[in-house]
Design a protein around this ligand. Structure first.
Ligand SMILES: Nc1ncnc2c1ncn2[C@@H]1O[C@H](COP(=O)(O)OP(=O)(O)OP(=O)(O)O)[C@@H](O)[C@H]1O
Ligand SMILES: [Mg+2]
Length: 255
């Protein structure tokens, strides 16, 4: 296998926090061993870990950085609507906002919960496996022997673009019917597996019922897909599609 990892695998890569996260998933039989870093992002690192069953695909273990390293502005923006959605009392919300560790845990659990919902509803997302307060384990999407490339890096035949666009627009529409908007859908957050798209990276996903910028984010997700698929007048078409979907969206009572 000639997978390109972010860095050569080295035990020293794991600081204490990451060692704890690996132990959590090892002891629950989600991963068979620690694995090397596949991608190191701004907010999380994704590790490539062997699964516990020989026939099972490898596991992508996404370990988030401490919430202290994320900007508070971003946190409050992402959280808009989530606490209301969880039916939390004002007292519980105040507690959560004053406890970075609990906030972090709530955030990752809600990302995991959203992924489970999408997966169960048949949307093209990796199978979520487990989550704790700092990390999330999911099926590693593979293209042959290697992790699948992002759309950005994949070689996509021109004739595949209309089908790709249709699959992604249908997924956007279906997510909205579940009250969800990805919020950062782009060629960086979609993998390409056997000529099919698989959507990843959900920490900023919003609940359309409660978020004040739902329609804007919906339109941006649609526009990114249309532009990537080289559709003419992507701007205008995205606006019209977002208008239509938003009008038909029954959950939208507040904005
Ligand atoms: N389930 C998966 N299967 C295969 N590769 C994955 C999977 N999840 C994540 N990756 C790889 O890890 C990268 C980073 O994952 P993700 O986008 O979820 O994290 P991120 O924190 O947003 O990182 P970035 O800042 O680079 O966008 C992806 O671009 C992809 O290459
Ligand atoms: Mg990403």
């Amino acid at each position: 296998m000639k997978i390109k990892f972010a860095e050569d695998f080295d035990e020293d890569l794991f600081d204490n926090q990451e060692t704890d996260e690996f132990d959590y998933f090892l002891s629950r039989g989600i991963i068979a061993a620690k694995g090397p870093v596949l991608k190191q992002g701004k907010e999380a690192s994704v590790y490539y870990c062997p699964g516990t069953e020989p026939s099972a695909p490898p596991v992508a273990l996404k370990i988030y950085k401490d919430i202290g390293t994320r900007s508070f502005k971003a946190v409050s923006k992402y959280l808009e609507g989530r606490l209301e959605e969880a039916g939390m009392s004002r007292r519980d919300r105040m507690h959560l906002m004053s406890s970075p560790r609990d906030l972090h845990c709530f955030w990752i659990q809600s990302e995991f919960h959203n992924m489970q919902l999408l997966y169960e509803q048949g949307l093209p997302v990796p199978r979520p496996l487990a989550a704790n307060g700092m990390a999330l384990a999911m099926e590693m999407i593979m293209e042959g022997e290697e992790p699948a490339p992002r759309l950005k890096d994949a070689r996509i035949p021109k004739e595949d673009l209309p089908r790709l666009q249709k699959t992604l627009l249908t997924a956007i529409e279906k997510m909205l019917s579940l009250d969800l908007i990805h919020g950062d859908l782009s060629c960086y957050n979609i993998l390409y597996e056997q000529r099919r798209p698989v959507i990843i990276d959900f920490p900023q996903m919003i609940n359309a019922r409660y978020h004040s910028e739902g329609k804007t984010m919906l339109e941006r997700d649609i526009r990114n897909v249309l532009i990537f698929c080289k559709t003419q007048d992507a701007q205008g078409k995205a606006w019209r599609m977002a208008e239509r979907l938003w009008k038909n969206y029954n959950g939208c009572n507040f904005f």
